[in-house]
Write a protein that binds this ligand. Structure first.
Ligand code: CMP
Length: 142
């Protein structure tokens, strides 16, 4: 299996609930290497650009509003098979459908406020990591 990158965002609900450490521990315990991490507050432009693929969806406005409602923590992760393994770790978008023990089942309130983002493909993993981090900010390159 190939080494992949995937982007986690610990969303504003995660930060409001003080769960950054708990979720990150679960991620690190599963073998993911943290290449980079920062706490930022997204602007409507940054959040809208990141989720541009969802622009036509009825929930786009709500998504951007939520993602700009407080600080969040983008985390660049690396591991063999990172994209699929991370998606399994966080669970289904809707916490009601997520498997027991997954991050979203444990901590999320709804589809909109679902604690953590994860890239949905290997290609998007690379693109999304690059959206938030310059190569020089990632520890693999230092
Ligand atoms: P995320 O993995 O960050 O990628 C897109 C996000 O859109 C998703 O998590 C959800 O938080 C959000 N989303 C998806 N479907 C809905 C929905 N029906 N209502 C509100 N938000 C949604």
């Amino acid at each position: 299996m190939a080494i992949e990158r995937t982007l986690c965002i610990l969303k504003p609900d995660c930060v409001r609930k003080n769960l950054q450490g708990a979720v990150l521990k679960q991620i690190q315990d599963a073998g993911f290497k943290v290449l980079g991490m920062k706490m930022i507050r997204l602007t409507p432009e940054t959040a809208g650009g990141f989720y541009a693929v969802h622009k036509e969806r009825p929930f786009f406005g709500e998504l951007v509003e939520f993602m700009t409602s407080g600080p969040c923590v983008p985390v660049a992760l690396e591991k063999e098979n990172a994209v699929a393994d991370y998606r399994k770790l966080i669970g289904a978008t809707d916490p009601a459908e997520a498997e027991e023990g997954t991050v979203r089942k444990l901590y999320a309130d709804s589809k909109a406020e679902n604690i953590a983002h994860g890239s949905d493909s290997v290609e998007n993993g690379r693109i999304e990591v690059a959206y938030f981090f310059a190569e020089s900010e990632l520890i693999a390159n230092q």
